[in-house]
Design a binder for this molecule. Structure first.
Ligand SMILES: CC(C)(COP(=O)(O)OP(=O)(O)OC[C@H]1O[C@@H](n2cnc3c(N)ncnc32)[C@H](O)[C@@H]1OP(=O)(O)O)[C@@H](O)C(=O)NCCC(=O)NCCS
Length: 330
């Protein structure tokens, strides 16, 4: 192979590279291809490098910041199949690291640490490990079958008791926004977000553009400040929430059959003790899957959800859709 030349990303490279690369090897690689774009100085900071063989682009790599998770930069490298295992990927990653270190020194980014996303047992996973990145998180999209969990019984089983515990909430709700944001922060301590403003939580999970179209919450039993004999006037606080989305919100494997299941973001009040959180997840998941299947995104860091869903996967009541995604980082 002749010596390759390296240059910054130019308009039109995406079309050329897509033709040379063919289909993406994984959903993660497919999503990252969209990040190959001209450099930018801020929000996000980005550098994109292309490797050319005799004037023709054959490989590219990108590194970029995100405001949401400021402690690492995303990095991705792709090399045409007939140019692999010749050190091109490693060269690109080394160049990207140098760009990141330069940007850190210039105060353009707050870190030069990298992370990437790969599917297990792919070239990308082997490469990232060889480059010194280790697994930070595993992410799966799981379909939970209907009627696999026992419906909760509230109090004496009256309708009033049920409606005090389970409630539809508008996605604009301040109370919902607060618990969703604190939950997201609590399950992302491995790649911290920093405190999220209500506006950021709305934009990420709840406003119309996210596809969110409804939320169901499970509340604690309402307690009266004047003792059990006095009818409580306030609702109990939210213990668990399920936000449902129109289809296409979750990443799915290219070519995987579409599912009829609706996509749901299910989480809990992070201050709950583990066993209470597991019970709240169980009860809410039982309610939302009573008749219909749902699709959930499950990170191993979502301990309460994992405690309910992992045993369901083992017995076949829930199925992992597509392949797992690993986030590797330093
Ligand atoms: C991952 C990828 C970029 C590697 O590009 P490359 O030019 O072949 O990588 P290099 O030749 O620099 O490999 C460096 C080291 O990574 C490891 N490695 C790379 N590909 C590997 C594979 N398929 N199997 C096992 N180890 C591999 C090896 O240790 C290799 O060193 P060696 O060849 O001396 O054994 C390329 O396979 C690719 O484009 N994959 C699809 C895109 C992707 O998944 N990217 C995610 C990475 S961030």
């Amino acid at each position: 192979m002749a010596e390759l030349s390296y240059r910054a990303w130019q308009d039109g490279d995406d079309l050329t590279l897509r033709e040379i690369w063919g289909d993406a090897e994984s959903a993660a690689a497919g999503a990252f291809r969209a990040a190959l774009a001209p450099e930018s100085e801020a929000n996000p900071w980005r550098r994109t490098i292309v490797a050319q063989d005799q004037g023709i682009p054959v490989a590219a790599g990108v590194v970029y910041s995100t405001t949401l998770h400021p402690q690492r930069l995303w990095a991705f490298v792709e090399v045409a199949k007939d140019h692999r295992r010749a050190g091109v990927g490693a060269t690109l990653l080394t160049m990207l690291r140098r760009e990141a270190e330069g940007a850190l020194a210039a105060g353009l980014v707050s870190t030069a640490a990298l992370r990437t996303k790969v599917a297990p047992e792919t070239s990308g996973a082997a490469f990232a490990a060889a480059m010194g990145l280790s697994v930070l998180q595993r992410n799966r999209v799981v379909e939970v079958a209907p009627a696999a969990l026992k419906l909760p019984a509230f109090g004496e089983g009256t309708e009033a008791e049920a409606s005090a515990r389970v409630q539809d909430l508008a996605t604009g709700s301040v109370e919902l926004t607060d618990v969703v944001g604190r939950y997201y922060e609590s399950v992302n301590t491995w790649d911290p977000t920093g405190p999220l403003s209500p506006g950021a939580v709305q934009r990420m999970f709840l406003d119309d553009l996210t596809g969110a179209h409804g939320a169901l919450v499970l509340r604690a039993e309402p307690a009266s400040a004047f003792g059990a004999s006095v009818q409580p006037s306030k609702k109990g606080r939210i213990e668990a929430f399920a936000v449902s989305y129109s289809q296409g919100h979750l990443p799915t494997e290219d070519g995987a059959p579409a599912s009829a299941a609706s996509e749901v973001f299910l989480g809990v009040e992070p201050k709950l003790a583990h066993e209470d959180a597991v019970r709240a997840v169980y009860d809410l998941l039982a309610l939302i899957t009573h008749q219909y299947p749902v699709l959930l995104e499950l990170d191993d860091s979502m301990e309460a959800l994992a405690a309910v869903v992992n045993p369901m996967i083992e017995v076949g009541a829930a199925k992992v859709r597509g392949t797992e995604t690993l986030v590797l980082g330093e």
